[in-house]
Design a protein around this ligand. Structure first.
Ligand SMILES: Cc1ncc(COP(=O)(O)O)c(C=O)c1O
Length: 370
Protein backbone atom coordinates (compact mmCIF):
# COMPACT_ATOMS: atom_id res chain seq x y z
CA UNK A 1 0.00 0.00 0.00
CA UNK A 2 1.39 3.44 -0.89
CA UNK A 3 2.03 5.92 1.88
CA UNK A 4 -0.35 8.52 0.44
CA UNK A 5 -3.99 8.70 -0.43
CA UNK A 6 -5.21 9.83 -3.85
CA UNK A 7 -8.94 10.39 -4.35
CA UNK A 8 -11.06 7.27 -4.96
CA UNK A 9 -11.63 8.54 -8.51
CA UNK A 10 -7.91 8.78 -9.27
CA UNK A 11 -7.29 5.45 -7.55
CA UNK A 12 -9.44 3.78 -10.20
CA UNK A 13 -7.75 5.43 -13.19
CA UNK A 14 -5.04 3.69 -15.19
CA UNK A 15 -1.71 5.55 -15.27
CA UNK A 16 -1.65 5.73 -19.05
CA UNK A 17 -1.37 8.58 -21.52
CA UNK A 18 -3.73 8.98 -24.48
CA UNK A 19 -0.82 9.10 -26.91
CA UNK A 20 2.65 7.62 -26.52
CA UNK A 21 4.94 10.41 -27.70
CA UNK A 22 7.40 9.95 -30.54
CA UNK A 23 10.17 10.86 -28.08
CA UNK A 24 9.21 7.89 -25.89
CA UNK A 25 9.28 5.64 -28.94
CA UNK A 26 12.68 7.00 -29.93
CA UNK A 27 14.03 6.33 -26.45
CA UNK A 28 12.61 2.80 -26.54
CA UNK A 29 14.07 2.13 -29.97
CA UNK A 30 17.40 3.76 -29.20
CA UNK A 31 17.26 5.73 -32.45
CA UNK A 32 15.67 8.90 -33.79
CA UNK A 33 12.85 8.89 -36.33
CA UNK A 34 13.89 9.76 -39.88
CA UNK A 35 10.38 10.93 -40.71
CA UNK A 36 8.17 12.49 -38.03
CA UNK A 37 4.84 12.18 -39.80
CA UNK A 38 2.58 10.77 -37.12
CA UNK A 39 1.30 13.46 -34.76
CA UNK A 40 -0.38 15.86 -37.21
CA UNK A 41 2.12 18.55 -36.36
CA UNK A 42 3.13 20.98 -39.09
CA UNK A 43 6.58 20.02 -40.34
CA UNK A 44 6.46 23.21 -42.39
CA UNK A 45 6.98 25.16 -39.20
CA UNK A 46 5.65 28.44 -37.84
CA UNK A 47 5.86 31.79 -39.56
CA UNK A 48 9.39 33.27 -39.50
CA UNK A 49 7.74 36.25 -37.80
CA UNK A 50 6.55 33.97 -35.01
CA UNK A 51 10.07 32.60 -34.64
CA UNK A 52 11.39 36.16 -34.38
CA UNK A 53 8.67 37.07 -31.86
CA UNK A 54 9.63 34.06 -29.73
CA UNK A 55 13.29 35.05 -29.88
CA UNK A 56 12.41 38.61 -28.89
CA UNK A 57 10.20 37.43 -26.04
CA UNK A 58 12.76 34.95 -24.74
CA UNK A 59 14.66 37.57 -22.73
CA UNK A 60 11.37 38.62 -21.11
CA UNK A 61 10.53 35.13 -20.03
CA UNK A 62 11.38 35.89 -16.43
CA UNK A 63 7.92 37.54 -16.42
CA UNK A 64 4.70 35.57 -16.32
CA UNK A 65 2.53 35.84 -19.38
CA UNK A 66 -0.50 38.13 -19.29
CA UNK A 67 -3.10 36.05 -17.41
CA UNK A 68 -5.89 37.80 -19.35
CA UNK A 69 -4.23 37.15 -22.74
CA UNK A 70 -5.43 40.66 -23.49
CA UNK A 71 -3.53 41.38 -26.70
CA UNK A 72 -3.89 37.88 -28.15
CA UNK A 73 -7.61 37.86 -27.43
CA UNK A 74 -7.98 41.27 -29.06
CA UNK A 75 -6.15 40.00 -32.13
CA UNK A 76 -8.23 36.83 -32.25
CA UNK A 77 -11.42 38.82 -31.80
CA UNK A 78 -10.50 41.04 -34.76
CA UNK A 79 -9.56 37.99 -36.82
CA UNK A 80 -12.92 36.30 -36.18
CA UNK A 81 -14.90 39.55 -36.08
CA UNK A 82 -16.20 38.94 -32.59
CA UNK A 83 -15.61 40.59 -29.20
CA UNK A 84 -12.64 39.56 -27.08
CA UNK A 85 -15.20 38.45 -24.48
CA UNK A 86 -16.16 35.68 -26.90
CA UNK A 87 -12.69 34.19 -26.75
CA UNK A 88 -10.77 32.31 -24.08
CA UNK A 89 -7.19 31.17 -24.55
CA UNK A 90 -5.69 28.07 -22.94
CA UNK A 91 -2.94 25.46 -23.06
CA UNK A 92 -3.91 24.07 -26.44
CA UNK A 93 -7.27 22.50 -27.15
CA UNK A 94 -6.13 19.60 -24.98
CA UNK A 95 -5.86 21.84 -21.93
CA UNK A 96 -9.18 23.49 -22.68
CA UNK A 97 -10.94 20.14 -23.06
CA UNK A 98 -9.84 19.45 -19.50
CA UNK A 99 -11.30 22.77 -18.37
CA UNK A 100 -14.60 22.06 -20.08
CA UNK A 101 -14.82 18.63 -18.47
CA UNK A 102 -14.15 20.25 -15.09
CA UNK A 103 -16.71 23.00 -15.72
CA UNK A 104 -19.51 20.72 -16.81
CA UNK A 105 -19.10 17.31 -15.19
CA UNK A 106 -19.86 15.78 -11.89
CA UNK A 107 -18.88 12.14 -11.33
CA UNK A 108 -21.38 9.90 -13.05
CA UNK A 109 -22.51 12.45 -15.65
CA UNK A 110 -22.93 11.14 -19.16
CA UNK A 111 -20.76 12.28 -22.05
CA UNK A 112 -21.33 11.29 -25.66
CA UNK A 113 -18.59 10.93 -28.24
CA UNK A 114 -17.77 8.70 -31.21
CA UNK A 115 -16.07 5.32 -30.81
CA UNK A 116 -12.51 5.95 -31.93
CA UNK A 117 -12.66 9.76 -31.80
CA UNK A 118 -10.00 11.97 -30.20
CA UNK A 119 -8.89 10.08 -27.05
CA UNK A 120 -7.53 13.05 -25.11
CA UNK A 121 -11.11 14.21 -24.63
CA UNK A 122 -12.00 10.82 -23.13
CA UNK A 123 -8.96 11.03 -20.89
CA UNK A 124 -10.22 14.28 -19.36
CA UNK A 125 -13.77 12.99 -19.04
CA UNK A 126 -12.46 9.96 -17.15
CA UNK A 127 -10.39 12.25 -14.96
CA UNK A 128 -13.52 14.05 -13.78
CA UNK A 129 -15.56 10.88 -13.36
CA UNK A 130 -17.76 11.33 -16.43
CA UNK A 131 -19.36 8.27 -17.98
CA UNK A 132 -18.47 7.94 -21.65
CA UNK A 133 -21.04 6.67 -24.13
CA UNK A 134 -19.89 5.90 -27.64
CA UNK A 135 -21.60 6.19 -31.01
CA UNK A 136 -20.03 4.26 -33.90
CA UNK A 137 -18.75 6.13 -36.93
CA UNK A 138 -20.89 5.73 -40.01
CA UNK A 139 -19.06 5.45 -43.36
CA UNK A 140 -15.92 6.72 -41.61
CA UNK A 141 -17.63 9.91 -40.47
CA UNK A 142 -18.91 10.90 -37.06
CA UNK A 143 -22.62 10.13 -37.03
CA UNK A 144 -24.04 13.54 -36.12
CA UNK A 145 -27.69 12.54 -35.84
CA UNK A 146 -26.90 9.48 -33.74
CA UNK A 147 -24.71 11.58 -31.43
CA UNK A 148 -27.54 14.04 -30.81
CA UNK A 149 -30.03 11.22 -30.41
CA UNK A 150 -27.89 9.42 -27.84
CA UNK A 151 -27.15 12.62 -25.93
CA UNK A 152 -30.86 13.44 -25.78
CA UNK A 153 -31.82 9.95 -24.73
CA UNK A 154 -29.18 9.73 -21.99
CA UNK A 155 -29.45 13.37 -20.82
CA UNK A 156 -25.77 13.85 -21.52
CA UNK A 157 -23.87 16.90 -20.24
CA UNK A 158 -21.35 16.99 -23.05
CA UNK A 159 -21.16 15.96 -26.69
CA UNK A 160 -17.83 15.93 -28.51
CA UNK A 161 -17.54 16.33 -32.28
CA UNK A 162 -14.41 17.16 -34.23
CA UNK A 163 -14.87 18.66 -37.66
CA UNK A 164 -12.72 17.89 -39.64
CA UNK A 165 -12.35 14.67 -37.75
CA UNK A 166 -9.27 13.04 -36.32
CA UNK A 167 -8.40 10.15 -36.88
CA UNK A 168 -10.34 9.71 -40.15
CA UNK A 169 -9.81 13.12 -41.77
CA UNK A 170 -13.50 13.10 -42.73
CA UNK A 171 -15.74 16.15 -42.40
CA UNK A 172 -19.27 17.49 -42.57
CA UNK A 173 -20.39 20.62 -44.37
CA UNK A 174 -21.37 23.71 -42.44
CA UNK A 175 -25.11 23.13 -42.87
CA UNK A 176 -24.95 19.68 -41.31
CA UNK A 177 -22.96 20.99 -38.36
CA UNK A 178 -25.23 23.99 -37.99
CA UNK A 179 -28.22 21.69 -37.93
CA UNK A 180 -26.93 19.76 -34.90
CA UNK A 181 -25.96 22.95 -33.08
CA UNK A 182 -29.67 23.73 -33.06
CA UNK A 183 -30.58 20.33 -31.60
CA UNK A 184 -28.26 20.22 -28.58
CA UNK A 185 -30.40 18.99 -25.70
CA UNK A 186 -31.09 21.11 -22.63
CA UNK A 187 -28.32 21.11 -19.98
CA UNK A 188 -25.86 19.81 -22.54
CA UNK A 189 -22.89 21.45 -24.26
CA UNK A 190 -21.55 20.57 -27.70
CA UNK A 191 -17.79 20.84 -27.98
CA UNK A 192 -17.01 21.42 -31.62
CA UNK A 193 -13.30 20.75 -32.02
CA UNK A 194 -12.05 22.55 -35.13
CA UNK A 195 -8.34 21.86 -34.65
CA UNK A 196 -8.05 21.17 -38.39
CA UNK A 197 -10.46 23.91 -39.47
CA UNK A 198 -7.90 25.90 -41.46
CA UNK A 199 -7.27 22.90 -43.75
CA UNK A 200 -10.93 22.27 -44.52
CA UNK A 201 -12.55 23.24 -47.82
CA UNK A 202 -14.66 26.41 -47.85
CA UNK A 203 -18.14 25.71 -46.54
CA UNK A 204 -16.99 23.37 -43.76
CA UNK A 205 -16.97 25.73 -40.77
CA UNK A 206 -20.38 27.18 -39.96
CA UNK A 207 -20.67 30.90 -39.17
CA UNK A 208 -20.15 31.73 -35.49
CA UNK A 209 -23.32 31.78 -33.45
CA UNK A 210 -22.50 33.65 -30.27
CA UNK A 211 -26.04 33.50 -28.90
CA UNK A 212 -25.90 29.73 -28.61
CA UNK A 213 -25.05 28.95 -24.97
CA UNK A 214 -24.87 25.24 -25.65
CA UNK A 215 -21.94 25.40 -28.04
CA UNK A 216 -18.18 25.94 -27.73
CA UNK A 217 -15.87 25.99 -30.74
CA UNK A 218 -12.23 25.05 -30.23
CA UNK A 219 -9.28 26.22 -32.35
CA UNK A 220 -5.54 25.82 -32.05
CA UNK A 221 -2.18 27.22 -33.10
CA UNK A 222 -0.77 23.67 -33.08
CA UNK A 223 -1.74 22.58 -36.58
CA UNK A 224 -1.81 24.99 -39.52
CA UNK A 225 0.08 27.68 -37.57
CA UNK A 226 2.84 25.21 -36.73
CA UNK A 227 3.14 25.97 -33.01
CA UNK A 228 2.28 22.64 -31.36
CA UNK A 229 5.21 22.96 -28.96
CA UNK A 230 4.00 26.33 -27.69
CA UNK A 231 0.63 25.06 -26.41
CA UNK A 232 -1.84 27.73 -27.45
CA UNK A 233 -5.46 27.02 -28.23
CA UNK A 234 -8.66 28.96 -27.80
CA UNK A 235 -12.38 28.60 -27.40
CA UNK A 236 -14.94 30.79 -29.16
CA UNK A 237 -18.43 31.09 -27.77
CA UNK A 238 -21.12 33.01 -26.00
CA UNK A 239 -19.60 35.66 -23.71
CA UNK A 240 -21.34 34.41 -20.56
CA UNK A 241 -20.23 30.86 -21.24
CA UNK A 242 -16.65 31.99 -21.96
CA UNK A 243 -16.54 33.75 -18.56
CA UNK A 244 -17.06 30.40 -16.82
CA UNK A 245 -13.45 29.48 -17.73
CA UNK A 246 -12.26 32.19 -15.36
CA UNK A 247 -13.56 30.21 -12.39
CA UNK A 248 -11.31 27.23 -12.92
CA UNK A 249 -8.60 27.92 -15.46
CA UNK A 250 -4.87 28.01 -14.78
CA UNK A 251 -4.36 31.74 -15.28
CA UNK A 252 -0.65 31.55 -16.03
CA UNK A 253 -0.92 28.42 -18.15
CA UNK A 254 0.06 30.03 -21.45
CA UNK A 255 3.50 31.61 -21.17
CA UNK A 256 4.74 34.89 -22.48
CA UNK A 257 6.75 33.42 -25.34
CA UNK A 258 3.77 31.35 -26.45
CA UNK A 259 1.45 34.36 -26.46
CA UNK A 260 3.95 36.37 -28.51
CA UNK A 261 4.32 33.48 -30.94
CA UNK A 262 0.58 33.10 -31.41
CA UNK A 263 0.09 36.82 -32.06
CA UNK A 264 2.80 36.92 -34.71
CA UNK A 265 1.59 33.70 -36.32
CA UNK A 266 -1.97 34.98 -36.56
CA UNK A 267 -0.78 38.18 -38.24
CA UNK A 268 1.13 36.26 -40.90
CA UNK A 269 -1.77 34.92 -42.94
CA UNK A 270 0.47 34.75 -46.03
CA UNK A 271 2.57 32.11 -44.26
CA UNK A 272 -0.59 30.20 -43.37
CA UNK A 273 -1.60 30.17 -47.03
CA UNK A 274 1.83 28.89 -48.05
CA UNK A 275 1.56 26.10 -45.48
CA UNK A 276 -1.86 25.10 -46.79
CA UNK A 277 -0.37 24.74 -50.28
CA UNK A 278 2.57 22.73 -48.95
CA UNK A 279 0.20 20.46 -47.02
CA UNK A 280 -1.93 19.91 -50.12
CA UNK A 281 1.08 19.02 -52.23
CA UNK A 282 2.39 16.71 -49.58
CA UNK A 283 -0.94 14.92 -49.18
CA UNK A 284 -1.09 14.43 -52.96
CA UNK A 285 2.31 12.73 -52.85
CA UNK A 286 1.31 10.50 -49.92
CA UNK A 287 -1.84 9.58 -51.84
CA UNK A 288 0.24 8.56 -54.84
CA UNK A 289 2.58 6.51 -52.67
CA UNK A 290 -0.38 4.76 -51.05
CA UNK A 291 -2.09 3.97 -54.34
CA UNK A 292 1.16 2.71 -55.93
CA UNK A 293 1.36 0.27 -53.04
CA UNK A 294 -2.19 -0.99 -53.38
CA UNK A 295 -3.55 0.92 -50.38
CA UNK A 296 -6.61 3.16 -50.40
CA UNK A 297 -6.32 6.76 -49.19
CA UNK A 298 -9.54 8.20 -47.75
CA UNK A 299 -10.72 11.73 -48.52
CA UNK A 300 -9.31 14.25 -46.07
CA UNK A 301 -9.97 17.83 -44.94
CA UNK A 302 -7.00 17.90 -42.59
CA UNK A 303 -3.18 17.87 -42.68
CA UNK A 304 -3.07 14.09 -42.62
CA UNK A 305 -4.13 11.20 -44.77
CA UNK A 306 -5.92 8.19 -43.39
CA UNK A 307 -5.18 5.16 -45.49
CA UNK A 308 -7.33 2.06 -45.63
CA UNK A 309 -4.93 -0.88 -45.64
CA UNK A 310 -7.64 -3.22 -46.89
CA UNK A 311 -7.41 -5.73 -44.06
CA UNK A 312 -8.08 -5.84 -40.32
CA UNK A 313 -6.63 -3.95 -37.37
CA UNK A 314 -3.89 -6.53 -36.82
CA UNK A 315 -2.60 -5.97 -40.35
CA UNK A 316 -2.64 -2.17 -40.03
CA UNK A 317 -0.93 -2.41 -36.64
CA UNK A 318 1.77 -4.67 -38.05
CA UNK A 319 2.33 -2.24 -40.91
CA UNK A 320 2.48 0.74 -38.55
CA UNK A 321 4.92 -1.04 -36.25
CA UNK A 322 7.14 -2.02 -39.16
CA UNK A 323 7.22 1.57 -40.41
CA UNK A 324 8.08 2.75 -36.90
CA UNK A 325 10.81 0.12 -36.76
CA UNK A 326 12.26 1.62 -39.97
CA UNK A 327 12.30 5.12 -38.49
CA UNK A 328 9.00 6.39 -39.86
CA UNK A 329 6.66 7.68 -37.17
CA UNK A 330 3.01 7.15 -38.12
CA UNK A 331 -0.11 6.39 -36.11
CA UNK A 332 -3.42 4.59 -36.55
CA UNK A 333 -6.97 4.75 -35.20
CA UNK A 334 -7.54 2.68 -32.08
CA UNK A 335 -11.00 1.21 -32.63
CA UNK A 336 -12.55 -1.20 -35.14
CA UNK A 337 -13.46 -0.72 -37.99
CA UNK A 338 -11.39 2.47 -38.16
CA UNK A 339 -8.28 0.51 -37.20
CA UNK A 340 -8.05 -1.03 -40.64
CA UNK A 341 -6.28 2.25 -41.46
CA UNK A 342 -2.99 3.94 -40.75
CA UNK A 343 -2.66 7.72 -40.52
CA UNK A 344 0.15 9.71 -42.10
CA UNK A 345 0.72 13.43 -41.54
CA UNK A 346 1.83 15.76 -44.34
CA UNK A 347 5.62 15.71 -44.41
CA UNK A 348 8.65 17.30 -46.04
CA UNK A 349 9.67 16.01 -49.49
CA UNK A 350 12.68 14.21 -47.99
CA UNK A 351 10.46 12.46 -45.44
CA UNK A 352 8.06 11.33 -48.15
CA UNK A 353 11.02 10.07 -50.16
CA UNK A 354 11.94 7.83 -47.23
CA UNK A 355 8.30 6.72 -47.01
CA UNK A 356 8.20 5.94 -50.74
CA UNK A 357 11.37 3.85 -50.48
CA UNK A 358 10.41 2.04 -47.28
CA UNK A 359 6.71 1.30 -47.70
CA UNK A 360 6.97 -1.30 -50.51
CA UNK A 361 9.61 -3.30 -48.62
CA UNK A 362 7.72 -3.17 -45.34
CA UNK A 363 4.44 -4.09 -47.02
CA UNK A 364 5.99 -7.06 -48.71
CA UNK A 365 7.21 -8.37 -45.36
CA UNK A 366 3.94 -7.72 -43.54
CA UNK A 367 1.82 -9.21 -46.33
CA UNK A 368 3.75 -12.48 -45.98
CA UNK A 369 2.33 -12.97 -42.49
CA UNK A 370 -1.31 -12.20 -43.39
C1 LIG B 1 -9.05 16.71 -32.96
C2 LIG B 1 -7.92 17.29 -32.19
N1 LIG B 1 -8.17 18.16 -31.22
C3 LIG B 1 -7.17 18.71 -30.50
C4 LIG B 1 -5.86 18.38 -30.74
C5 LIG B 1 -4.79 18.97 -29.88
O1 LIG B 1 -4.73 20.33 -30.05
P1 LIG B 1 -3.76 21.19 -29.13
O2 LIG B 1 -2.38 20.98 -29.59
O3 LIG B 1 -4.27 22.57 -29.33
O4 LIG B 1 -3.95 20.73 -27.72
C6 LIG B 1 -5.55 17.47 -31.74
C7 LIG B 1 -4.14 17.10 -32.00
O5 LIG B 1 -3.81 16.15 -32.64
C8 LIG B 1 -6.60 16.90 -32.48
O6 LIG B 1 -6.35 16.00 -33.43
Amino acid sequence: MPDYRVSPLVQELPATVPFVGPETQERNQGSLFKARIGANESVFGPSPNAIQAMADAASESWMYGDPEFHDLREDLAAHHQVESGNIMVGEGIDGMLGYVARMFLQPGDTVVTSAGAYPTFNYHVNGYGGKLEFVPYRDDREDLDALIQKATQLQARLIYVSNPDNPMGSWWDAQSIESITKQIPENCLLILDEAYGEFAPPGTLPPLDLDNQRLLRMRTFSKAYGLAGMRVGYAIGNAELILEFNKIRNHFGVGRVAQAAARAALKDQAHLQRVLTQVNNSLETIKEIAVENGLMPLPTASNFLTIDCGKDGAFAAALMQSLIGKGIFVRMPGVSPLNRCIRITAGLPEELQILAETLPKVLEEVRKSF
